[in-house]
Design a protein around this ligand. Structure first.
Ligand code: ADP
Length: 261
């Protein structure tokens, strides 16, 4: 039996007394592309932030490729041991945020090369070769020596994607990566993600409000409401034939807002 790449088991997350994730269980197979959809506040970003070890959980357990990322035993470790453990697990996970967070004083090339050289002891020439291949993949090989301020939002986000990929994570997380972009720049970023989904066997979790893109990209869709999974299934089923009333209402609102499905 192969282990799931990502496994949530009865996860509960609270901010004070405010429950954000509620008895949440799901798993993602190696190579699977999963889209998380749901209204604002339903817990989608929190799931990604927990996987990035930016947030802790209060209940349940999470494992990455069979290795624990969060559970009560890890929570009980002393600070130093816990930090060392999380650092180790974090190496398998990369994330692209809504805002690109590129280093403004570094060229595109340096932005991509920096983390592998600093954190994985990759040599400069290997880091360069990887950065060049990734820039080609995102269609920006001619921007290697540009600075972020010289790029459009879409180009910056494509660099941010290349930068996350340079660390060769097993799991990539994408959080609303087009929502800070002008509408005319959205498609170029989605095209890169489409290509990635087809060409790599990386496991990917994607939070998006672009339903038609979720349909192209994802093998499976989870619809969340109030920190719980209301419905899950292949995109065709969720979008064309939702079974739960809450999913139907959510999709109707999307259509009413003029966003296509
Ligand atoms: P989504 O990504 O689906 O919009 P989020 O995961 O961002 O939802 O948020 C889920 C809930 O958690 C929301 O009610 C939000 O207000 C709350 N929340 C998120 N971050 C914090 C925080 N740092 N402190 C308190 N509440 C938070």
């Amino acid at each position: 039996m192969t282990l799931p790449m990502v496994q949530f088991e009865q996860v509960g997350k609270l901010y004070g007394s405010h429950r954000v994730l509620d008895d949440l269980s799901f798993s993602v197979s190696a190579g699977e592309k999963l889209a998380l959809i749901g209204a604002s506040g339903s817990g989608k970003t929190t799931i990604l932030r927990i996987l990035m070890t930016l947030e802790t959980i209060q209940e349940g357990a999470i494992a990455i490729n069979g290795r624990p990322l969060a559970n009560s035993a890890i929570a009980a470790l002393n600070h130093r041991k816990q930090a060392a453990h999380l650092h180790e697990i974090r190496r398998d996970i990369g994330m692209v945020f809504q805002h690109f967070n590129l280093f403004p004083h570094m060229t595109v090339f340096r932005n991509i090369m920096l983390a592998p050289m600093l954190t994985q002891k990759v040599t400069e020439s290997d880091a360069k070769a990887t950065a060049m291949a990734l820039l080609e993949m995102v269609g920006l090989q001619n921007k290697a020596s540009a600075y972020p301020a010289e790029l459009s939002g879409g180009q910056k986000q494509r660099v941010a994607i290349a930068r996350a990929l340079a660390l060769k994570p097993k799991v990539m997380l994408f959080d609303e990566v087009t929502s800070a972009l002008d509408p005319e720049l959205v498609e170029e970023v989605l095209n890169v993600l489409r290509k990635l989904a087809v060409e790599t066997d990386m496991t990917m979790l994607l939070v998006t409000h672009e339903m038609s893109f979720a349909r192209d990209f994802a093998d499976r869709v989870l619809f969340l409401d109030g920190g719980r999974i209301v419905e899950e299934g292949p995109p065709e089923e969720i979008f064309r034939n939702p079974k739960q009333d809450r999913t139907k209402v959510f999709l109707k609102k999307i259509v009413a807002a003029g966003l296509s499905i």
